[in-house]
Structure formats: structure tokens, C-alpha cells
Design a protein around this ligand. Structure first.
Ligand code: ATP
Length: 594
């Protein structure tokens, strides 16, 4: 090999400046945040040597300043001539890293590029600065073509500190004007430990120095912050803190349902990062919006998002634990509030439980389910019976509820969104549990058969029932079941429902479609009209020997069973329902039609 020499890359400065200033940030308004952050860091650096030094920052919007430039002026540590050349004239250089190149905790900045964001709103940045302990004032002028100049300032500063002046680029005049500047300062800087004033047409306005509600503000302060974030009074406030990442804050429980996973308002070292920052809480925590301040979580270079690292993942998990503990504690100690919470958020909580194991536990322990033995949680239900018998349709539950209650069969209504998945996941995670889906028509299998003598007595009635239901594909049977006050029940399973629909369609369409539909008949589709052998009137009907009375009564019982079970009506059913009641009335009034 011949000796090749290493050469540095050539850098197209205009391209780099353009990239860093125009493409790193989501929008031009960040210029003010970067300037405020530099002022805060400069004030902090000065305070390290002189704790009593002023912490003043003054913003003069462009439309209110005599020279037409926006000014951000601070009483910070300032720069001397060497400092200017070392940091302002070198892209990526920063005084805020230690000897090892690591970001120093007391400062917000670290990358050495923030000032370039000013090129989003101006063509030229003018920095007039005087270092503490020196009496020289320097003027540095940086331009967006990647050139700069540095010289003694024509107007020396009387005090140490720095003034940054931006002349608005035509299209950015509004962004440097008083309306926007006042608003931006309030949103970025409200909680900064600064003596910050913004000049307005009505005089100077103080824009920083506020305390977060969790710094001794009490519940009312928290609720009103929550209200401003959520847009309505939150259901509750949950304190969050994670000493490892220096996160403190509060989560506000939304008073309305939400299907979206919104982000959270995040501050870093009290400076606003964003109004809707994702990933700081687990995905399932969509029922809260949080306001958080972090000391140590790493931000991306744009400072608008969190760096996606292990520290963030661990912090998210620990904050998630705190939310879950709140949920559990509330459910155990404050039933009324828990009910209010689940009334609003049950769907979202269930959705989360279909993928998140911990939310699954929360749901199993806290969410009340409808069962035939009363309202209870999944955990309570499985404490009664290790086999979860459930129906997975709300209509199915209506069909079986009265009978299951009377027969003392514990059946869970898993007919709403996500229920079945939750039951299956809960069973899969818990040793010794089993889940059995109850098809309503199989409920008849659990009823007892009448004894042979009784069966014989019911045979003629069953013959009439078969004639009545002839074209409906519903099979009449006689069983003994409770409640004994129930004459009859129609039990239709899912397959049978489909089969009934199919037959309807087949009856309505021309061949060869009806032949094709007949081909796909569901083999085990069963719908059973179960007459209750325990019921006195049914017994008397079986014994009466009057086939016409039996027909009229059976049609009425079938119509009643259809309506009581809220079954969808086929054309056959509708016709039967339409004639059953008048026929019964005729029969009652004059013993039968004329
Ligand atoms: N108001 C100021 N007072 C004193 N020094 C300043 C001021 N503004 C900027 N500087 C100096 O200029 C350097 C570069 O500033 P710049 O905003 O570009 O980057 P940074 O703040 O160091 O890091 P980041 O890119 O993370 O913001 C700073 O490290 C600091 O030394």
C-alpha cells in the first residue's frame, strides 16, 4: 500500500447552516426558545461564581424597539474575544460541555447549534456581549451564508451581559412582533427561574418565575392547570415523580372518553419542550394528559422531543406503575370515583387490556362485569368458579340470563367490545382457569328431560308444535327448567342465527342461487323452542286434547318467546307474530274463529 494521507471533509457552510437552521426544527418560533435558553444558561453560569448576581432578561419585540430589531438582553456571564471565536464562530462548539464533552447538568444547551435557529427568522444575528470581569464589549455578526465578523462594539455595554439583536426577515415580521413574542415567552418561559420582562405597548410584563402546582401549589392550583391543559375540569389529579430521571409532574384524568393517544406537556429544566410530547407515559395511559418537568431525560438536538433511550423506557415504566397504583387505590377506596372513571374510560381501558398485561390485571380486578349472579369483577367471578362460562353476544346474554339465574348457572356477559379477548387472555395467564363459551341452544342440554310418562303425555302437544313451526327449522322440545313461571324459551345459537338468515335469503332469491345457498347449510345449526314441563299452564295445554287450542296457544307462546328473547324476526316469524295475538283474542272471546 502506498502511504495515503487523511484529509478533513470539505464542508459547504451555507448548506450546513441551512440544514441546521431550517430543517432541524418543526417551525420558526423556536428561535425565541433558543435565545431564552442561552440567556438562562448565561445567567446560571454567572451565578456559579456570584450567587447574588442579577438574573435579568429583557425582551424588546421588533415593532417596539427604536432600531426595528428584536432584542433579547441578559445579565449573564457574557463572552470575551477568545470566547466569541471559540464558540460563536465555530458551529457545534459550546461552553456547556465538560472536559469530557458531556453536557453539564446545570445548563439547557449542549450541542452548540441553537443560535443558528435564528436564521429561521433573520438573515443576520448581532451579538453584543461583555464578559464578567472584563471591560471590553464585542460585536459578533453572523450571516446565513456561513460568514461572520467580530470587532469591538461601537457602543460598549455598561454592565456585563449579552444582547442578541435580530432584524426580521420580511416573512417573519409577525414572529418578532409584540403579539407573538409575548405569547411565545409566556409559553416557553413561564416557569424559568428568571427575572424576565417582555416590553409591550402597555409597558413591561413579567413572563417567568412561576411555580408548578406540585411545588406547594395545592390541589386547586393543580386542577386549574389541568383544566387549561385538558379543556375541562379533570376527574382527578395524579402526582408523578421519578427521582432517577428527575421527572416531576402531574397527570390529569380526562373527564371525557378519548380514543387517541395524546402526548403530554413536557418541560426540561423548566423550559417548555412541547405541548404534546409522546412516549413519556405508556401508550395505555391515554386517559390522562400530563404536565411534566424533567431534569435529566435526554432531548433530541431540536429539543422538541425526547431521545428514545433506555432511561426513557425505564422512566416510562415507573411513571406507568404510579398511574396503575392510583387506579387500584381509587378503585379500592373510592367506589364513587372509580365508577365515574370507568363510566368514561371503560372502553379505552379494555382496549389497552387486550395488549397490555398489566392493564389486563387492572381490568380483571376492577372492572365490573354483568353476570347472571350479579355485577362483579373477573377476579371475583373466577373466585366462585374456575370455569368461566360466558356468552359472547349481548342478545345471547338476554336469551339465557333469566334461565341461568334461576338454574343457578353463573354466566358472564362477554358480549361487548374486547370482552372475549380479555376473558381468553385472562384465562391464558392464570393457572387452573378455563373458559367455556355457552351457546344459548346448548343451555337446553343442561335442562332435565321429563320422565318417560311425562314425555308420552307431551307427545301430542309436540306434534302440534312441529306443525306450527313446520317451515321455520326450529325444533320444539319439552324440558324441565326454572324459573317455573316461564312457559317456554327460544334458544338460538350463532350458527342457527346464520342458518335462519341463510334460509330467508334462499327463500327470497331465484334458483340457482337458492340451490347454491342450500349447499352451504350449517350442519349443526340448531334453534330450539323449549316448552317448560314445570309450568302448570303448559301441562294443562298438553292434557287438554283440543288441537286447535294447542295450535293457537303454541303460536302465542312462540311469538312471546321470540319477542322476550329479542330475536331478529324472519319473514316466517313476522307472519306468525302478526296472527298469533288476534287468534288468541278470538279464541278467548268466543272460543274460536266463527
Ligand atoms: N446569551 C449568551 N450569553 C453568553 N454566551 C452565549 C449566549 N448565547 C450563546 N452563547 C455562547 O454561544 C455558544 C453557542 O450557543 P448555541 O445556542 O448555538 O449552542 P448551545 O446553547 O451551546 O447548545 P445548544 O445547541 O444545545 O443550544 C454557547 O455555548 C455559549 O457559549
Amino acid at each position: 500500500m502506498t502511504g495515503a494521507t487523511d484529509s478533513p471533509f470539505h464542508v459547504d457552510l451555507r448548506g450546513v447552516v441551512d440544514l441546521l437552521s431550517h430543517h432541524l426544527y418543526s417551525g420558526p418560533r423556536v428561535y425565541l426558545r433558543e435565545l431564552l435558553q442561552n440567556s438562562l444558561d448565561a445567567v446560571t453560569a454567572r451565578a456559579e461564581d456570584d450567587p447574588h448576581a442579577p438574573r435579568r432578561v429583557r425582551i424588546v419585540p421588533a415593532d417596539l424597539s427604536p432600531d426595528g430589531c428584536l432584542h433579547v438582553e441578559d445579565s449573564g456571564i457574557g463572552l470575551d474575544g477568545d470566547g466569541i471565536r471559540a464558540v460563536l464562530a465555530t458551529i457545534g462548539a459550546s461552553t456547556k460541555r465538560d472536559a469530557l464533552g458531556l453536557a453539564r447538568e446545570s445548563f439547557l444547551g449542549q450541542f452548540g447549534i441553537g443560535l443558528l435557529s435564528c436564521f429561521l427568522v433573520t438573515d443576520e444575528i448581532r451579538v453584543t456581549t461583555r464578559r464578567v470581569g472584563t471591560d471590553e464589549t464585542w460585536l459578533w455578526v453572523g450571516r446565513d451564508d456561513g460568514t461572520y465578523s467580530v470587532a469591538p462594539a461601537p457602543q460598549p455595554r455598561t454592565e456585563p451581559g449579552t444582547d442578541v439583536a435580530l432584524r426580521p426577515r420580511g416573512s417573519a415580521a409577525d414572529l418578532l412582533g409584540s403579539d407573538v413574542v409575548e405569547r411565545l415567552a409566556a409559553s416557553y418561559a413561564s416557569y424559568l427561574p428568571l427575572d424576565l420582562v417582555v416590553e409591550t405597548a402597555a409597558g413591561p410584563v413579567s413572563a417567568a418565575g412561576r411555580r408548578f402546582p406540585w411545588e406547594g401549589g395545592g390541589r386547586d392550583a393543580a386542577l386549574s392547570l389541568g383544566e387549561s391543559v385538558v379543556g375541562a375540569r379533570p376527574l382527578d389529579v395524579v402526582d408523578l415523580s421519578d427521582p432517577v430521571s428527575g421527572v416531576r409532574g402531574q397527570a390529569f384524568v380526562l373527564p371525557h372518553p378519548t380514543g387517541t393517544r395524546g402526548g403530554h406537556r413536557l418541560y426540561a429544566k423548566r423550559m417548555l419542550v412541547g405541548e404534546s410530547v409522546p412516549d413519556v407515559l405508556p401508550d395505555w395511559a391515554f386517559f390522562v394528559r400530563a404536565v411534566l418537568d424533567t431534569e435529566r431525560l435526554a432531548l433530541t438536538a431540536s429539543r422538541e422531543a425526547l431521545a428514545d433511550d433506555d432511561v426513557l423506557a425505564q422512566t416510562r415504566a415507573r411513571l406507568g406503575d404510579q398511574l396503575k397504583r392510583w387506579l387500584l387505590r381509587m378503585a379500592r377506596t373510592d367506589r364513587a370515583r372509580a365508577q365515574e372513571f370507568f363510566a368514561v374510560h371503560h372502553l379505552a381501558v379494555k382496549a389497552a387490556a387486550t395488549t397490555d398485561d398489566e392493564m389486563l390485571e387492572v381490568v380483571a380486578e376492577l372492572l365490573p362485569w354483568e353476570t347472571t349472579v350479579g355485577q362483579m369483577t373477573l377476579a371475583q367471578f373466577t373466585a366462585i368458579d374456575r370455569v368461566i362460562t360466558y356468552v359472547d353476544g349481548v342478545e345471547d346474554f338476554q336469551q339465557v340470563a333469566a334461565i341461568a339465574r334461576a338454574e343457578d348457572i353463573a354466566v358472564l356477559n362477554a358480549g361487548y367490545a374486547y370482552d372475549r379477548t380479555i376473558v381468553e387472555r385472562w384465562v391464558a395467564r392464570t393457572d387452573g382457569l378455563e373458559a367455556v363459551r355457552l351457546e344459548p341452544e346448548h343451555l337446553a342440554d343442561r335442562f332435565s328431560d321429563p320422565d318417560p310418562a311425562e314425555a308420552a303425555a307431551f307427545a301430542p302437544l309436540l306434534d302440534v308444535a312441529r306443525q306450527v313451526l313446520g317451515r321455520s327449522e326450529v325444533t320444539p322440545v319439552v324440558r324441565s327448567f326454572r324459573p317455573a313461571t316461564m312457559h317456554a324459551v327460544l334458544l338460538v345459537g350463532r350458527d342457527a342465527h346464520r342458518e335462519r338468515d341463510r334460509r330467508d335469503v334462499a327463500a327470497a332469491v331465484e334458483d340457482p342461487w337458492s340451490a347454491a345457498l342450500a349447499e352451504i347449510a350449517v350442519p349443526d345449526a340448531v334453534a330450539r323452542f323449549v316448552l317448560n314441563a314445570e309450568h302448570q299452564a303448559v301441562r294443562r295445554l298438553a292434557d287438554c286434547g283440543d288441537a286447535e287450542l294447542q295450535r293457537v296457544a303454541l303460536e302465542a307462546l312462540y311469538a312471546h318467546a321470540l319477542l322476550a328473547g329479542r330475536h331478529p324476526l324472519t319473514p316466517f316469524d313476522s307472519a306468525l307474530v302478526a296472527r298469533a295475538l288476534p287468534a288468541l283474542i278470538d279464541r278467548a272471546v268466543d272460543g274460536g274463529p266463527a
